[in-house]
Ligand binder design. Structure first.
Ligand code: PMP
Length: 295
């Protein structure tokens, strides 16, 4: 479909919320940047129930503490929080309520049991292709519940019936997607991408852990992302001058876009499928040299 990840935040509500008028969101304002944006958008369409307990931390609260509602049309969560570096390493249990997953930043990095989900969606721009196009997988029994105000271009039943070409698709993006998917196959498929994601993230987390607190990852170990790894340079609160220097030196070695998202600061290494295991080894080598000079 078109409209990217954000388009889907609204489309999901317009397609599913009308079933009961409310939905559950697994989100935390400290570690759930994208799911919080999704929850805010959802409030335009119905009642939004916040499932996590407060006060919140930079982790995923234990499922024992969640307050799932009896009457939710769906349960929404973000499988990998791109900005914060928090990832679910299990499928949330929703007691039969359709589970909706935003997999924009970790799709194609691990095998997924699609049968456990009501909807999976992913903006393409990380691991599938150019921005704007979005992959949407909808369980068939959830089709046909769209609100009467839902634009036809966002009505999942209509899009499905018309084989995803109800209107002119983003043809060039779809062409590039095919190239990327073929490339993944040639590399050894999603299994290989999962292995790489494990190897890349382990290499980087080990370098952070063994840095004697020169590099610090603020995310609790149990939910650290394999894909987006945020860390501070010069201690837990980060040293602004050292972090600027770090980025400057990295760029000299042609390592770009390591600056953390403006809302959280620090450094963030995004290890999408296009980043190789060797790339991460080079980053770690640079980090070790930088620490020797400035630690
Ligand atoms: N969800 C997640 C997890 C994302 O990382 C992003 C974009 N970085 C979005 C949603 C928004 O996607 P888009 O920019 O395609 O609207």
């Amino acid at each position: 479909m078109q409209g990217g990840g954000l388009g889907c935040f609204s489309a999901i509500c317009m397609n599913l919320m009308g079933r009961t008028g409310e939905a559950d969101y697994l989100t935390s304002c400290f570690s759930g940047t994208w799911s919080s944006i999704a929850a805010k958008e959802a409030a335009k369409y119905g009642k939004v129930n916040m499932v996590f307990p407060r006060p919140e931390t930079r982790s995923i609260p234990h499922p024992r503490t969640w307050k799932l509602s009896e009457n939710a049309s769906f349960v929404f969560y973000c499988d990998n929080e791109t900005v914060d570096g928090v990832e679910f390493n299990y499928v949330p249990e929703t007691r039969g309520v359709p589970l909706v997953a935003d997999m924009s930043s970790n799709i194609m990095t691990k095998k997924v049991d699609v049968s456990k989900y009501g909807i999976i969606f992913a903006g393409a721009q990380k691991n599938i292709g150019p921005s704007g196009v979005v992959l949407v997988i909808v369980r068939e029994d959830l089709l046909g519940n769209a609100s009467k105000y839902c634009p036809t271009v966002f009505d999942f039943a209509h899009i499905s019936k018309n084989n995803s070409v109800h209107h002119t698709p983003t043809t060039f993006s779809v062409y590039v997607m095919e190239k990327v998917l073929q490339w993944i196959k040639r590399c050894g498929g999603v299994d290989k991408m999962a292995q790489n994601s494990h190897d890349k993230s382990t290499t980087l987390y080990n370098a952070i852990t063994n840095s004697n607190n020169f590099y610090v990852c603020p995310i609790e170990e149990s939910c650290r992302s394999r894909i987006n790894i945020p860390f501070r340079v010069g201690g837990a609160n980060g040293d602004d001058a050292l972090e600027s220097k770090f980025l400057e030196e990295a760029e000299k070695l042609r390592m770009y876009q390591l600056k953390g998202h403006r809302s959280v600061g620090g450094i963030r290494a995004s290890l999408y499928n296009a980043t190789s295991v060797e790339d991460v080894k080079l980053l770690v080598q640079f980090m070790e040299e930088f620490r020797k000079q400035h630690g």
